[in-house]
Design a protein. Structure first.
Length: 114
């Protein structure tokens, strides 16, 4: 845990969040500023700054996050499709420096993203 990190504080329960799922490796909760009818964040419980800070030792975690996202999307009824977004680094649009995926659904998505 990084005591300066917002998402570590959410994992620890020190900041409230609308939790939708949790296991030993990850936590899923609603984004505070939703960009779609369904907008969930799926974060690693371990403090990892970004995808750019991962290596082969995170292979099981990264696979787990993607499979978990598909399971949560299925349970959320997003059978018409959804989008997974993973911003990495400032120019990638990352604003919280703790590894997370966005799961967005419930409306048509556009391409290319901004
Ligand atoms: P990023 O821009 O790093 O990919 O995504 C960070 C996301 O975290 C943003 O979509 C933002 O709305 C969300 N967020 C920021 N602060 C909080 C918070 O305190 N609680 C929750 N639930 N989401 C947050
Ligand atoms: Zn953290």
């Amino acid at each position: 845990m990084n005591s300066d990190c917002l998402f570590c504080k959410i994992v620890a329960g020190n900041i409230p969040a609308k939790r939708v799922d949790e296991d030993e490796l990850c936590l899923c909760f609603a984004d505070i500023n939703p960009q779609a009818p369904t907008h969930l964040l799926l974060i690693s419980k371990q403090h990892i700054v970004s995808l750019a800070h991962t290596g082969p030792e995170q292979l099981p975690l990264l696979g787990h996050l993607l499979l978990k996202a598909s399971e949560i999307a299925r349970r959320a009824g997003l059978d018409r499709g959804y989008r997974i977004v993973l911003n990495s680094g400032a120019e990638g649009g990352q604003t919280v420096d703790h590894l997370h995926l966005h799961l967005l659904g419930g409306r048509p998505m556009h391409w290319p993203p901004g």
